[in-house]
Design a binder for this molecule. Structure first.
Ligand SMILES: Cc1ncc(COP(=O)(O)O)c(C=O)c1O
Length: 354
């Protein structure tokens, strides 16, 4: 793939969001029946919402512009000012959503470690506040499947069920950031609805592995989705002829997502290739879906910046994550050749001592 602004052919591993729409998506955009989604009469948006709810096993779903907004609505439905929200210390909602939990909803974030992608039910339960006037009231738990910053780790359905049962016992709500839920479903060989059971709200991104240019959904009960509509309005997420975008989501869902298995296979091949190189730390066994984290032994933050730039100069675009790791994400526009090119580029840099 080549980047329009670059003379060097770029293999773009920065994220599974960088894909361009397929020819079929462009056709669908041109032909989609449109209305005004703020009046709730855009038939293409309504069709995508119905398909999404069916896929996720929820009563209803609401189309929103981004995964960040889907998560913000999920939190806003379940946390009042002063409530505490248990979330993941390296989760998207805590790290990368501009502090929305406190800024938008006045809630108090309580970050938990999740080194294997999901905290143990006991660790979550231990964080639930007892009723004491010194403490905020816990109202919500947020999990992430797959877990981006844990290298795309999948949550085992049994663990999710235990955490959900614990939430019920304590009267807490459960939000699942399922930006890459379909990667988890494909990796486990299970229907997506099996991975949402017990969640009150679920977000899903069409703009990640599915290849759409934009768009996400928040899903849950019909009642919650009525209120979600109000929160979407509050956040400025009503998009009028949004069927243009929703049409791409429909193409993605109708075509199925078995192709995500190829992304997972390529991520594993990349991890195995890189793990064989001197000075590079990758754990292929940890690669369950489409995300590969690379560490360089003995490196300081400046070396991550150098490595990122040196890779770029060799036509391989990855992401330097906070000067501690380099992240590669596979997706529909990354073929076997890109995997070879990436391994080759890192091998050359390893030989040069970077
Ligand atoms: C796990 C996770 N959740 C939510 C988001 C937010 O999605 P968006 O970029 O559409 O706001 C991302 C984006 O990378 C993500 O990785």
């Amino acid at each position: 793939m080549s980047s329009p602004k670059s003379t060097v052919p770029m293999h773009d591993f920065r994220s599974d969001t960088v894909t361009r729409p397929t020819a079929e998506m462009y056709d669908a955009m041109r032909e989609a029946p449109l209305g005004d989604d703020v009046f709730r009469d855009d038939p293409t948006v309504l069709a995508l919402e119905a398909e999404t709810a069916k896929l996720l096993g929820t009563e209803a779903a609401l189309f929103v512009p981004t995964g960040t907004m889907a998560n913000a609505i999920g939190v806003g439905l379940s946390a009042r000012p002063g409530n505490e929200v248990i979330l993941l210390e390296d989760g998207h909602t805590y790290l990368f959503e501009a502090g929305g939990v406190s800024r938008l909803w006045g809630a108090h974030p309580r970050p938990l470690a999740a080194p294997e992608g999901c905290p143990t039910p006991a660790a979550v339960e231990a964080a639930v506040r007892r009723d004491d006037p010194h403490f905020p009231r816990t109202s919500l738990v947020c999990l992430e499947n797959t877990h981006n910053m844990q290298g795309g780790k999948v949550i085992a359905p049994a663990r999710f069920a235990e955490i959900s049962a614990m939430c019920r016992r304590h009267g807490l709500r459960l939000h699942l950031d399922g930006a890459r839920l379909l990667n988890a479903a494909v990796a486990l060989g299970l229907p997506a609805a099996d991975l949402t059971r017990g969640a009150d709200t679920v977000s899903l991104c069409f703009s990640k592995g599915l290849g759409c240019p934009a768009g996400s959904a928040i899903a849950g009960t019909a009642r919650d989705m009525q209120e979600a509509l109000r929160l979407r309005k509050l956040l400025g997420g009503g998009m009028r002829q949004a069927g243009i975008l929703a049409a791409c989501g429909l193409v993605a869902l109708q075509n199925g997502f078995a192709h995500l298995a190829d992304d997972h296979r390529r991520a594993r091949a990349l991890a195995e290739g890189l793990a064989a190189l001197p000075g590079v730390t990758v754990t292929p066994k940890r690669v369950e879906t489409n995300i590969v984290f690379v560490e360089v032994r003995g490196s300081d933050p400046a070396r991550y910046r150098q490595l990122d730039e040196a890779l770029r100069a060799r036509g391989v675009w990855a992401v330097n994550i906070m000067d501690r790791r380099i992240r590669f994400v596979t997706h529909r526009d990354i073929g076997d050749g890109a995997i070879e090119a990436a391994i080759d580029a890192v091998a050359k840099l390893a030989r040069e001592g970077i």
